[in-house]
Design a protein. Structure first.
Ligand code: BMA
Length: 327
């Protein structure tokens, strides 16, 4: 056991205006808005591509833009990306949980999202320059799979996609590689759900896209604990090798953030804090982490990359120690 247990308030700081977006802000009738992807546009505008659930229960994506990333949101008056089941049958029951990556080589944003249909949730990919028009690539990881994000550039000449297939091995985080964003192989496990009583024993999945740091890819992931009163979604931290992203260098033992406030505890799905995106301030250290709260609203928490790495040094286990813990 590490000497230091989690002190989540000192790592992720909730914004006093939380929740920053709710269904009341929407220009058209919806049930809920949550789990947004996030990016900074070239002019410094924060763009959130939000998962919006309509009053049939189906989700689409809608963009909200703000100069300061906190308030004054300009929300598209109509859905930005609607499911299109006629051409993309995998989108029959909606599209969910987008993760955004700006890809310098393509000068476009990659949107990895969950497409939901009879086969279950799968991973779809689309590219966009402006969040007005999108080029769909269709399913890139077949059901049951979700929680995906593309790395911003090729590793060893190949694109890399992080995702979370459900396999007979469990609900672990995997990475796959592709020469063209269409054909995927080289599948490897990046991070496994732990077992037994651990907070991340049942299911894990990528939260926001990996954060590039001088020490490697910093990954915020969610861990799901099954309890007598339902699932509990909390956040953990792990660091991966820059050149070989499937190699885990450090993984936090305890969770570092979890539902504590009224808006995280209570909503359509209680006890969920679910980030899908972040933006980085010009200081190169301050992260704005956008998360869905209780599958009902959007909230913001700030964190320092330096502090997250220091916390991992104090609370993290190497790969070898992780294997010992899990025996
Ligand atoms: C996950 C995803 C998320 C959701 C979470 C809690 O499996 O479906 O979209 O926020 O469950 O309901």
């Amino acid at each position: 056991m590490s000497a230091v247990i989690n002190h989540d308030e000192s790592l992720l700081h909730r914004h006093p205006s939380n929740p920053i977006l709710t269904r009341k802000d929407w220009p058209y009738p919806i049930n809920s808005v949550f789990n947004p992807g996030a990016t900074l546009l070239a002019d410094g505008t924060t763009l959130l591509l939000c998962r919006v659930e309509d009053r049939r229960g189906l989700s689409h994506l809608c963009a909200a833009r703000s100069a300061n990333g906190v308030d004054g949101w300009q929300i598209d008056p109509q859905p930005t990306l609607m499911p299109n089941p006629e051409e993309y049958p995998e989108e029959l029951w909606g599209i969910e949980d987008p993760r955004l990556t700006f890809v310098p080589e393509l000068q476009q944003y990659a949107v990895a999202f969950t497409s939901f249909s009879r086969g279950g949730p799968g991973v779809s990919l689309a590219l966009t320059k402006d969040f007005h028009t999108f080029e769909r690539y269709g399913v890139v990881a077949s059901p049951d799979d979700k929680d995906a994000a593309l790395l911003p550039y090729r590793i060893g000449g190949l694109w890399a996609l992080i995702h979370r297939p459900m396999t007979s091995l469990g609900a672990h985080i995997w990475i796959s590689y592709s020469p063209d964003l269409r054909h995927w192989g080289g599948h490897r496990i990046m991070l496994e759900a732990r077992r037994g009583a651990w907070w991340d024993a049942y299911k894990i999945g990528l939260s926001a896209p990996p954060i590039e740091t001088s020490r490697g890819w910093l990954v915020i992931y969610h861990g799901v604990r099954q309890t007598g009163s339902g699932c509990l979604y909390r956040l953990g931290l792990a660091l991966f090798d820059h050149e070989k992203p499937e190699k885990c260098l450090l993984r936090g033992d305890s969770w570092m953030f979890g539902p504590e406030t009224e808006y995280e505890h209570h909503g359509d799905v209680d006890n969920v804090a679910f980030p899908c995106g972040f933006t980085m301030n010009p200081d190169g250290d301050t992260l704005n982490i956008y998360y869905g709260a209780a599958d009902s609203s959007v909230a913001l928490a700030r964190a320092s990359v330096r502090a997250l790495l220091e916390w991992l040094d104090a609370n993290g286990s190497s790969e070898r120690r992780q294997r010992m813990q899990d025996r």
